[in-house]
Design a protein around this ligand. Structure first.
Ligand SMILES: Cc1cc2nc3c(=O)[nH]c(=O)nc-3n(C[C@H](O)[C@H](O)[C@H](O)COP(=O)(O)O)c2cc1C
Length: 260
């Protein structure tokens, strides 16, 4: 059994958190501490000097989301082993895992393993599904097996240099977010405030109606997927076009990639 596992993650629609919890289950640690950075209003500051860290993020336009990079500005690891997970919506993870490796290494961690897993795409809808219901049972099993393989690695020698991961440096150019956000269908909305409670960017306010500060929206679609009344929809023409592209080109099932 391993000592402490620190789970550090950003996961607006929950697919990243599902996978890293399974990796942690495979690691068979006696003590798991969660650092959920999805909705972090106060400053996050953490120096890890024991156990192992499992760090998970969704892929946004082939990169690590900027909001996550801001949230981990004050994270550091004293040479402790780190396992990285990038969750992508069955299109591609491009440079996200390489970027995450570089950022986490620069913070003092020893990156010993990395994986790219697949989760339902943020833009997926019932009518236009993209990787619907993933991670599924097969993905979860792979995540646990990956965790178990990492345990074996940790029990042996693991003082490797840089983990060789698919992706490029310099990373692809960041696609700016902002200006496009989900809208509310007033006929379905009950003003229950779930959308405001789940928004990682804290840009939704609910009063007599729902207001969204579009310029700061990260398009994660947590408010859409978690609205109990299906009153939030992302139907901006730019997203509709992207969704069409994804349905057309990214419907064939991809499988997780693991680097050890
Ligand atoms: C702004 C944005 C950009 C995205 N870019 C990509 C991408 O480049 N490739 C991909 O396969 N999925 C992409 N996705 C889909 C997410 O990576 C995927 O839905 C992931 O499972 C979300 O993680 P979460 O459930 O932890 O929030 C993107 C999603 C958003 C909101």
């Amino acid at each position: 059994m391993l000592p402490k596992t620190h789970l550090i993650y950003f996961s607006p629609t929950g697919t990243t958190s599902k996978v890293i919890k399974q990796v942690a289950a495979g690691l068979d640690s006696r003590d798991v501490e969660h650092h959920n950075l999805t909705r972090m209003e106060q400053e996050f500051s953490l120096c890890i000097d024991d156990g192992v860290a499992v760090i998970g993020v969704p892929v946004y336009a082939g990169r690590v989301p900027e909001i996550f990079l801001k949230r981990i500005e004050k994270l550091s690891g004293e040479g402790i082993p780190a396992v990285l997970i990038a969750l992508y919506g069955n299109r591609a993870y491009e440079d996200a895992l390489v970027e995450l490796r570089d950022v986490i290494t620069a913070k003092g961690f020893n990156v010993i393993a990395a994986g790219a897993f697949i989760g339902e795409h943020s833009y997926s809808t019932d009518e236009r599904p993209v990787a619907a219901n993933r991670p599924d049972a097969g993905d979860m099993q792979k995540a646990r097996e990956f965790g178990a393989a990492i345990t074996n690695k940790l029990q042996g020698e693991c003082n490797q240099t840089t983990l060789d991961i698919s992706g490029n440096t310099p990373y692809k150019e960041r696609v700016p977010l902002g200006g496009v956000c989900p809208e509310t269908k007033p006929e379905l909305c009950t003003l229950c405030k779930t959308c405001a409670r789940v928004c990682p960017a804290f840009i939704i306010t609910v009063d007599q109606e729902v207001s969204t500060k579009a310029e700061n929206c990260i398009m994660c679609c947590a408010c859409v997927k978690l609205c109990p009344y299906h009153a939030r929809v992302m139907r901006h023409p730019m997203v509709e076009a992207r969704r069409d592209m994804l349905v057309k080109n990214c419907s064939e099932r991809k499988e997780p990639s693991c680097y050890l």
